[in-house]
Design a protein around this ligand. Structure first.
Ligand code: ZN
Length: 141
């Protein structure tokens, strides 16, 4: 038996498509619990808050602070009222939530603010888009 044989199933085409997704703080908290289970973060205590631009780091849609030893984190998602209307990419608050959760998942080996930090952040964004696309694809069927 060849264990490396491809599964005999037809996989659907799954791609993240830009989609405005505006959520309430309560819905974000519900989604956070669900995504924590998916990402293996169920033992973390994570608070999600919608914040105005002046409570966020400059030019960000999401931010996250964590204490790894206590498995506690605060995720801030930008208030839609402050989202730049000229931005080509629509605001997707669930995507931002998953991106920030991936930062927590990768917390032990975050590269920080060096050159690789940008590459690492881009990899997290690509992974977040893939995960959100799979979830939305499953919801369609
Ligand atoms: Zn990031």
């Amino acid at each position: 038996m060849n264990i490396f044989q491809e599964p005999d199933i037809e996989l659907p085409e799954v791609r993240y498509t830009l989609q405005e997704t505006i959520l309430t703080e309560q819905k974000l908290r519900d989604l956070c619990r669900w995504w924590q289970g998916v990402l293996g973060l169920s033992d973390w205590y994570i608070i999600v808050k919608i914040k105005r631009f002046y409570d966020m780091p400059h030019d960000t849609q999401g931010a996250c602070n964590w204490t790894f030893s206590r498995r506690e984190a605060l995720i801030k998602i930008l208030d839609p009222n402050d989202y730049d209307p000229n931005c080509i990419v629509p605001q997707d608050m669930e995507l931002t939530l998953v991106h920030e959760l991936l930062h927590i998942r990768h917390a032990p080996y975050e590269p920080g603010e060096n050159a690789n930090g940008w590459l690492h952040d881009q990899a997290l964004e690509d992974t977040a888009r893939a995960l959100v696309a799979f979830k939305r694809n499953c919801q369609k069927t």
